[in-house]
Design a protein around this ligand. Sequence first.
Ligand SMILES: [Zn+2]
Ligand SMILES: [Zn+2]
Length: 364
Amino acid sequence: MKSSFRPSLVNGPFQDCALYVALRWQGDALLFDLGRIDRLNPANCLRLSHVCVSHTHMDHFMGFDQLLRLTLPRDRELTFSGPPGLIDNIAGKLAGYSWNLTESYLFRLVVIERHENHLARASFRASNGFVREPLPDLPAAPGQLIDTPVFRIETATLNHRIPCLAFAVSEPRHLNIRTDVLKARGWGPGPWLARLKAAVRTGNDAEQLLVPTTGEPLRIDAGTLRRDLVDDQPGQRIAYVVDTLFDRENAERVVALARSADVFYCEARFLDVDRAEAEKRHHLTARQAGFLARAAGVRRLEVFHFSPRYQGMAQAFHTEARTEYTGETRLEDEVPWAADLVDERLAAPLVADVATESTGGSRP
Ligand SMILES: [Zn+2]
Ligand SMILES: [Zn+2]
């Protein structure tokens, strides 16, 4: 099954954070954080529809100006989502320039802040000089951020001495009709198959569908058709976690958000030998990232955001993360509360595939 998502880090592991996720079928793309993004080619920038900002430290947000510069002349709406304060941060960025010649421009921004129980929103249009226009708040269930028919973005608020959002993007499950069964029974294609998929998605097994055959159409319930005809596979899930303190509360939130992710992008600012400093700076070590990946039962872990002080030592991060991820070292033997997070049924990695190559220079 081909997934809709094609994720890739824009920069090398020692550089700024930016994860580009191309949506294969739609031609759109998502970006998680926008530190320096000059390595992202302009055509790919122009495909962006949503940008999620974990927090507004410079190494996660300074690419805003570059993205704005590229998209400004376009008839495009860009949605930015992030922690409380993002609307002010973006208003402040926009206030740093003069906008007297943009009346005819169609470009606009929508900014969404994730608060505890609601989403605060504002829009900014180039045509009126990016004046802040408040939009009504929306109620939001725990973790809810963006819902579209094609993808869903959930979030968790982590403690980085300021709120820092982690994200997980997932696609709806894949429902495929088994054409071999259709053929064998002599059933024709048609709009009834779309109705069947809709019934499966909403769990409406009792719905009666008219199935075209070579003779009289048959009336069959969706539940029976689902069992015989539909191949149901979960969609892909990608989790993204940066800049967070390793404490019980953060770890629980990360594990819940990243649970069974296909790919887990996790910061590892420090090596575990410098654990005390990581704690002081509210960052993770490679070993802690490996532990979170194991506890969450992710299929693949990709560590990044290494401190430049370790330049040339990327392999040490990968080795440390992998050793903990595969359970050769067990952080819970040293940190008692960590044992509560490990679900032994998930503990064995499905694929022992911590990335070992630098992703530097990979261009989406
Ligand atoms: Zn930070
Ligand atoms: Zn950072």
